[in-house]
Design a protein around this ligand. Structure first.
Ligand code: AMP
Length: 325
């Protein structure tokens, strides 16, 4: 049985026993700045979440990840549990939760990234996206540390943001990039398939490679924040696929848009950064579809690039090039 089949069997059983709620969805694509955003309408989501909140109201310190429901339990990892997401918008959505309580505002550690990457590898030819919503402004809804992995629907499918990564000409391994069309602070790095296959083929060496890559990226993000004269923020979104790692610092959780005189709030997490937007009503969908550019919504909650800092940076690098000539 493949890993996906194993997960699917658990998913179907949990759905059957009503331990898991799988929502009906409608999907609409909207292309903005070369990103084909996928907007998923989930009418059942708001109602179900409210019901669940009511149920949990009386349970003090209710934490669904500390003693997970066995029907949602997929397997035990070294320091994590692999669970099914109880509220499933994407079938077979997995959560990698720490066995012991750690805060969702805690930074990613090498073993967290290793487990997420292993799940991506276990999905094999089915492309998947791992992510971590770190900190209070990142869009996380649970306070217990958890990473997440979603399989992407079709073979060959990629998160919409990957289209911008593919536009980086002459990509170099080990080089950290910014994507031209995104007007907010972010950093992205290609993963080295050769290193992963050859040098990083044991748990220890793979963990080392992923950790080294991640900490390099984190340093670059902090440097970008400094160069952009931005307030430091401990909230960020982390995206990981077979091909790249990406970090986006966050200043706000909620973006607000206006449509026909009405305001709509959207709590955005890593999936929105990846180009996967969620909405709960036809009205919200219409409001999103009517926006000129969905990238602007992401800019609201991230750290917009400061044009003065950008100009100074360009002048500095021109001066450095002139010195070298
Ligand atoms: P986030 O909202 O990014 O913090 O992700 C937490 C995920 O956990 C959400 O997608 C919820 O649907 C999911 N979730 C909430 N309660 C439970 C539960 N009891 N068991 C499993 N997953 C849950």
């Amino acid at each position: 049985m493949s890993f996906l089949q194993e997960v699917e069997a658990k998913f179907n059983a949990a759905k059957e026993s009503e331990d898991l709620i799988s929502f009906n969805t409608t999907e609409v694509e909207k292309e903005c700045d070369k990103i084909k955003f996928l907007i998923t309408l989930v009418p059942g989501l708001s109602q179900k979440k409210n019901e669940e909140k009511e149920k949990n109201k009386d349970k003090e310190n209710s934490n669904p990840f500390l003693n997970p429901n066995p029907k949602l339990f997929v397997k035990e990892l070294d320091q994590h549990n692999l669970l099914l997401n109880k509220f499933s918008v994407v079938p077979n959505h997995l959560l990698i939760t720490t066995k012991e309580f750690h805060k969702q505002s805690d930074p990613l550690l090498p073993n967290d990234i290793y487990e997420a990457f292993k799940i991506i590898q276990n999905f094999g030819s089915v492309p998947s996206l791992a992510f971590y919503n770190c900190g209070s402004e990142s869009g996380a809804s649970q306070g217990h540390k958890h990473l997440q992995v979603i399989p992407l629907k079709n073979e060959g499918a990629q998160p919409p943001i990957k289209a911008l990564f593919d536009l980086i000409g002459d990509r170099q391994i080990g080089q950290i990039y910014a994507l031209n069309r995104l007007p907010f602070v972010h950093v992205i790095i290609p993963l080295d398939h050769n290193t992963i296959q050859t040098k990083a083929n044991t748990k220890e060496t793979l963990t080392d490679y992923l950790a080294e890559t991640f900490f390099g990226l984190l340093d670059a993000m902090i440097q970008q924040l400094r160069e952009n004269d931005s307030p430091m923020t401990m909230s960020y979104n982390f995206l990981l696929t077979q091909d790249f790692m990406m970090l986006v610092p966050r200043l706000k959780e909620v973006a607000t848009i206006e449509h026909e005189g009405k305001k709509y709030d959207f709590s955005l997490n890593s999936l929105a950064i990846a180009g996967l937007m969620l909405c709960k009503s036809d009205e919200e969908l219409k409001a999103l579809e009517a926006q000129d550019n969905l990238v602007d919504i992401l800019t609201q909650v991230t750290v917009p690039l400061n044009p003065v800092a950008e100009r100074l940076k360009a002048e500095r690098s021109q001066a450095e090039e002139a010195d070298l000539a």
